[in-house]
Design a protein around this ligand. Structure first.
Ligand SMILES: [Zn+2]
Length: 258
């Protein structure tokens, strides 16, 4: 069953299959980020993620069009994160740019902060730019923060399917796991507001080619749901990075009809 999230006003997203490992060193007894960042192949520069988003210190407002077509096909325990995979027909368009929507995954607690607040969970929807001829892939990641509250229907569609106690993958179809169920209950007008900034992957190799879009709406999930997620993936949030002269823009994303 194919659907276009745009129809129900879904605008979200986040990150890629190199996703979410923690900044672990080869020897955890000497664990420190200073060591981790000096590992070969890591791209640690001036625009790292995540950041603390200060809502009163944003600059300007930008507007763009977005459209998402998403078809879930697997649920994975990656060891360091829980990931939902999407098939090769899953796409995101942002303005005139076309991306492949690869996967979404979770962090417990949140990686981004808003006004200094860390939330119990964050979801990243990872999209990779198509027809990209540069030497590094370019990503568009949509971040969604969760607070404790009502049980979340979308999470219930796959929480019991995640392989426990071991890494593994379970095939699912769209009738079972449907991203539309996450966004359908939210108001379109409210959902269009994002924070945008340019940053990096939050796991090695920390590549600095990520356009971040963090929704201003804080979603809800039950304490039990967040505990289940955290029990499987552990504490997998990277710490806050310095802005280093960057600024965050407010952004309104309008769902296009394709
Ligand atoms: Zn992530």
């Amino acid at each position: 069953m194919k659907f276009i999230l745009a129809k129900i006003c879904v605008i979200y997203l986040t990150f890629i299959s190199i996703s979410c490992t923690n900044t672990k060193t080869k020897d955890d007894s000497h664990h420190s980020d200073a060591i981790a960042y000096t590992e070969a192949e890591c791209d640690f520069g001036d625009i790292q993620s995540p950041i603390n988003i200060l809502s009163q210190r944003t600059k300007g407002i930008i507007k763009s069009r977005i459209n998402i077509e998403a078809h879930c096909n697997a649920v994975e325990n990656k060891g360091h994160t829980v990931q939902i995979d999407f098939d090769s027909t899953s796409k995101l368009t942002f303005g005139d740019d076309r991306y492949s929507f690869k996967q979404l995954h979770f962090h417990t607690p949140s990686e981004h902060q808003i006004d200094g607040i860390t939330y119990p969970m964050e979801m990243h929807m990872v999209n990779v730019l198509d027809n990209d001829e540069s030497d590094k892939p370019h990503f568009l990641v949509i971040g969604v923060l969760f607070k404790m509250g009502k049980e979340n229907a979308f999470l219930n569609e796959f929480l019991n399917k995640i392989p426990r106690d071991h890494e593994g993958l379970v095939k699912v179809n769209e009738a079972e796991v449907n991203l539309e169920d996450l966004f359908g209950s939210y108001d379109c007008e409210e959902m269009k507001h994002y924070f945008h900034y340019n940053g990096s992957l939050t796991t090695p190799p920390f590549t600095e080619t990520v356009s971040w879009h963090v929704n201003q709406v804080i979603f809800e999930a039950s304490e039990e749901q967040i505990k289940i997620m955290n029990k499987i993936e552990g504490n997998n949030a990277r710490h806050i990075q310095d802005l280093k002269g960057r600024y965050v823009e407010k952004e309104d994303l309008y769902v296009s009809s394709k």
